[in-house]
Design a protein around this ligand. Structure first.
Ligand code: SF4
Length: 346
């Protein structure tokens, strides 16, 4: 690994003023620093490809102002029951064939009921048996639920902070910011890796974007994956009609995330479909090294999948591969964890 610059030392004591100072750098200076730190820890030509499958859609009792799956908003999303294990396995096989190395299963729940856990555990075991990394996002978890999912073979748990603590109640009122932190603690306590980021473009200020990244980087362990979502405005949700975020500000957010959490996978997820190729290229330059193929992209021949593959070819990027060693699935890159409990045991 190349010599680490001072900025690549893992820190958990960022002040808001320090984060603001990074955001306020000139765009070229910020990108130069972020690209340099990215290269210290990763091969910049490699991008991890993950696939997200909604295993239970809609009908959620929560009130997240951005979410079309909240039952209280009229967005045309029909609520579905939990998918069968067989149907999930079929989708996972398609995802693997399409080049995904990680398969994330999402359910629109406030939190899973205890009776749901064995069903999700069966899905996890089957997906894992394909040699895919497994991830789930199911809402808030108790300590016992986190343990059961870990025992089933779950590698990652996604639970986003969504936004800065001081902006949280503008977006969600049915739970507290501390609830998010508690679930993340349960996940870390059982030794699962965390996938945790947020959404920008919800009307928050730059100060609040800095607050989101400050909170993420100051967690006891940096999230292993940090999804940075750009708000997808959905008619019927309270955030429809919000002023669009300047695309350069989105790139800045990626770059600052890379500088503050240098060993984490920084992921472009929601909102990527509407980004130009040039904007995505800037994001990769700024240190993004993971993307989501949404579930609608699972079938090969899909125009969006074709577009991604073409963009990879134009930029000389390649999907990050995973290797399997003695039953443990992990990325083929060097260890990118920042906490001993999160290091893959080969
Ligand atoms: S908890 Fe998840 S599914 Fe439910 S409204 Fe919020 S973001 Fe949507």
């Amino acid at each position: 690994m190349p010599n680490a610059s001072p900025e690549t030392i893992l820190r958990h004591d960022w002040s808001r003023a320090e984060v603001r100072a990074l955001f306020d750098l000139s765009f070229p200076e910020l990108l130069h620093r972020a690209a340099s730190v990215h290269k210290d820890h990763f091969d910049p030509a490699e991008v991890q490809v993950s696939t997200l499958l909604s295993v239970k859609t809609g009908g959620c009792p929560e009130d997240c102002a951005y979410c079309p799956q909240a039952q209280r908003y009229h967005t045309g999303v029909d609520a579905t029951k939990l998918m069968s294990t067989e149907a999930v396995l079929e989708k996972a096989k398609q995802a693997k064939a399409a080049g995904a190395s990680r398969f994330c299963m999402g359910a629109a729940w406030r939190s899973p009921k205890d009776r749901d856990i064995p069903k999700v555990a069966a899905m996890i075991r089957e997906v894992k048996s394909l040699g895919l990394e497994t991830c789930a996002t199911l809402g808030m978890l108790s300590g016992d639920q986190a343990r059961a999912l870990k025992d089933a073979g779950l590698d990652y748990y996604n639970h986003n902070l969504d936004t800065a603590p001081e902006f949280y109640n503008e977006i969600i009122r049915t739970r507290e910011f501390q609830d998010r932190l508690d679930t993340l603690e349960h996940v870390r306590d059982v030794g699962m890796k965390t996938c945790c980021g947020g959404i920008v473009g919800m009307g928050e200020s730059r100060e609040q974007r800095a607050g989101l990244l400050q909170t993420l980087a100051n967690l006891p362990a940096h999230p292993d994956s940090v999804p940075i979502n750009r708000l997808v405005q959905v008619e019927g949700t309270p955030l429809a009609g919000t002023t669009e975020l300047d695309p350069f500000e989105f790139v800045r957010t990626i770059a600052v995330a890379r500088l503050m959490m240098p060993k984490s996978m920084v992921r472009l997820s929601a909102g990527r479909e509407s980004m130009s190729d040039e904007l995505q290229a800037l994001c990769f330059l700024a240190g993004a090294n993971s993307i989501f193929y949404g579930e609608k992209l699972l079938t090969t021949g899909n125009p969006d999948t074709e577009r991604d593959l073409a963009l990879f070819a134009r930029l000389g990027l390649r999907p990050m591969q995973i290797v399997e060693t003695a039953g443990t699935v992990h990325a083929s890159i060097e260890d990118h964890q920042d906490h001993p409990a999160h290091t893959c045991a080969a």
